[in-house]
Design a protein around this ligand. Sequence first.
Ligand code: PLP
Length: 388
Amino acid sequence: NLSSDLTSTINERLNNLTASKIRAFDQKVSEISGIIKLTIGEPDLATPDHIKDAAIRDIQANDSHYAPQAGKPELLEAISNYLDCSIGVHYDPKSEICVTVGATGALNDVFMTLLNPGDKILVPTPVWALYFQLIKMTGAIPIQVDTKKDDFILTAEHLRHVLNGRGKGAKAIILTDPSNPTGRVYSATALKALADVIKEYKIFSVTDEIYAELVYGKAKHHSLSEYIPDRNILISGLSKAYAMTGSRLGYIAAPKQIMKSIRKINSFLVTSVTDNVQIAAVEALNNGQNDPKKAREIYEARLNFMQSGLEKLGFEMATPQGAFYIFAKIPEKYGTNDEQFAFELAQKAKVGVTPGRYFGKGGEGYGRLSYASSTEQLKESLARISNF
Ligand code: PLP
């Protein structure tokens, strides 16, 4: 046991942060026997074989030493090409990209680069809740901007209003597009309007585009980097589109002057990213263009199935266009306590959905369900919700 005089002496910022409620809820409902969990954003698909083979070949070739700190040159090149093709923005592989340990590592690098204690950063909500913890670890203050009234899209007017009010002096804004938990996708027009406001202020934008490849129907992914490349810091990675969550491969693209500092922090925190994982990522980006397409087809069919099933049962939801989540409003007759509803649904119907309030302001009265589960499980959970 730790000596009693040391038990409360750790980093006080950490002491003041609670562990993820999403994980805690997931663990709690995991104890219910026979439960189908639609709680975690984890693809049920496997990493494609050609990507796994590239990693295996690399391990066998003894590529197991320190990689260059910002990433292997061939991966930096592959990321640069990918961004050229997907959003039409050129990032110099030599000075404007950094390979990170997942998108989470990228977020840490960026927050640590930008934020001093007491700084404000705008966080449109509902949002993936880890942002709050990472921001608070730097001593900065997340300013929640509830987007519920605009179908969970931050409008230019709303942004301006906040920047002139309680968000005055904010150093940055982080935008998740496509969104976890709402599945909403920003249109080119909406992004351009936001960009026009952002550039009027002395503020960085950070975009988390980890779900960029998972966009459905008529929606199309765009990036703030298309409009304000001189102040946007783009974060993405391979976790979701290539079912590579366990590989921990992410990246950041940004103007070289800020990238210099980002690369510095990344090297302090992790030295470099695992060799064979980087080589697997080169294979994914250079030869795996069809992989996200296949994943997209599977997820889109599941989305259509779940959306129409839930709508038939009377659920309303944020219009889902991307990622693999549905953010559904709990029918009024069940009240507005989403936490209570989610526990009841878990216990009685044996279906796990995450309470909306865990994602910040605007999430109360909603539940998030992930359709990155097998089609059989989704069919069964819809039947159970229907019975319930
Ligand atoms: N950003 C968002 C919006 C996410 O939903 C997630 C995972 O759920 C991540 C980042 C983390 O990505 P990674 O696994 O690459 O760290």
